[in-house]
Design a binder for this molecule. Structure first.
Ligand SMILES: C[S@@+](CC[C@H](N)C(=O)[O-])C[C@H]1O[C@@H](n2cnc3c(N)ncnc32)[C@H](O)[C@@H]1O
Length: 341
């Protein structure tokens, strides 16, 4: 690592390290396949929101190798950077791998010890506006010391927003839409944009996980799919199931939300959502772009660029964000809204 160059520590879904590096256009210094993290150098600025494959974006300050098992505290305290002088929170983190999971017991035990030591040294104060200190353990005897800007990072531990499963949800995809609402909307937006009696269309709805997520939030849903809805979603009064082609269906009246999880080429889904927005048929959208191809980054960027340029061409102000969520596999979830709030 060249200390003269800005360095970044980025977390991603294991197996997507190359996509993540490609998106940043920075030089990968450490990017082992399936490790779930990367060290990058050479970019003065990166924007967390603009990186679809990054779960977390951190400034890397240094690392400690050969941490002794008996006393990790002293070498870590000695390795803290002089700047930032104070941190708003401490995150002890591990990669999203099987090895990482075995380390999380240790990080939980270690957290209060390190917090106390940092408070005693007045380096840790509870101000949420200050940078957060992240100590990332790729293994039990190695630590990467980094910090996050609260305005340019993810506030969830390990970059993973945890959401809970409803026991009656028709599919595990329920979690994906729950996570999307956590990641893309702030608290105020969730309260304003997901109100009871609002309306939604779910394209490619079966067996009904996304539809159920919307209904749980009080929305009335038109679920479009030739396949059957399952369990509670099959007969709920707030769900209207239409066995139609999701690419052809259009609502008679504009809805608050359109969501789409149809397995199709990303460009086809992007064009569909663009048509809904240009036609004024929905205010907000969440949709998945499936990326089974090798050149995922360019396929994703082409799809997003086509939406952006079509809406700009029509003079439609909008916000467009894409993230590979924890519950996304070979896919990325996209949020689009006309509302600027
Ligand atoms: C990944 S599943 C959706 C899972 C759903 N989001 C959930 O939470 O349970 C994709 C669905 O899209 C539907 N689908 C694919 N092409 C479609 C089309 N042209 N019109 C309507 N539905 C379609 C499939 O029938 C399938 O049920």
């Amino acid at each position: 690592m060249n200390p003269a160059l800005p360095s970044w520590l980025v977390y991603c879904r294991p197996g997507f390290e190359r996509d993540c590096a490609e998106e940043t256009q920075a030089k990968p210094v450490e990017a082992n396949e399936n490790s779930g993290y990367l060290v990058l150098q050479g970019k003065a600025k990166l924007s967390y929101k603009q990186l679809a494959f990054a779960r977390q974006l951190l400034r890397l300050h240094g690392e400690v190798n050969d941490l002794p098992e008996r006393d990790r505290l002293a070498p870590l305290l000695a390795a803290l950077p002089p700047e930032p002088q104070q941190f708003g929170a401490l995150y002890l983190e591990v990669p999203d791998t099987n090895d990482g999971k075995t380390l999380s017991g240790f990080t939980k035990r270690f957290q209060p010890l390190l917090e106390d030591a940092l408070r005693d040294a007045t380096r840790l104060v509870g101000d949420p506006c200050l940078p957060r200190l992240h100590i990332f353990f790729p293994s039990e005897n190695r630590a990467l010391i980094a910090s996050s800007d609260p305005h340019n990072s993810n506030d969830a531990l390990n970059g993973i927003h945890r959401v809970s499963m409803a026991s009656d949800a028709p599919s595990r995809s329920y979690l994906k839409l729950a996570e999307a609402f956590e990641v893309f909307l702030d608290k105020q937006e969730r309260a304003q944009w997901l109100k009871p009696h609002m309306t939604a269309v779910d394209l490619g709805a079966a067996p009904g996980g996304w539809t159920w997520q919307l209904v749980q939030r009080g929305l009335k849903v038109t679920a479009v799919d030739n396949g059957p809805l399952k369990g509670v979603a099959a007969s709920h009064p707030d769900i209207r199931h239409l066995r139609q082609d999701g690419f052809k269906f259009r609502p008679q009246r504009a809805v608050d939300w359109v969501v789409c999880d149809m397995v199709e080429q990303p460009q086809r889904v992007a064009t569909l959502v663009t048509e809904w927005f240009v036609g004024g048929l929905a205010t907000h959208a969440i949709f998945n772009l499936k990326l089974p191809m090798k050149k995922r980054v360019s396929a994703l960027q082409a799809a997003l660029d086509s939406i952006r340029s079509a809406l700009n061409h029509k003079g439609l102000r909008h916000r467009l964000e894409a993230k590979q969520l924890y519950h996304d596999r070979e896919e990325v979830t996209v949020f689009l809204t006309r509302s600027k709030r």
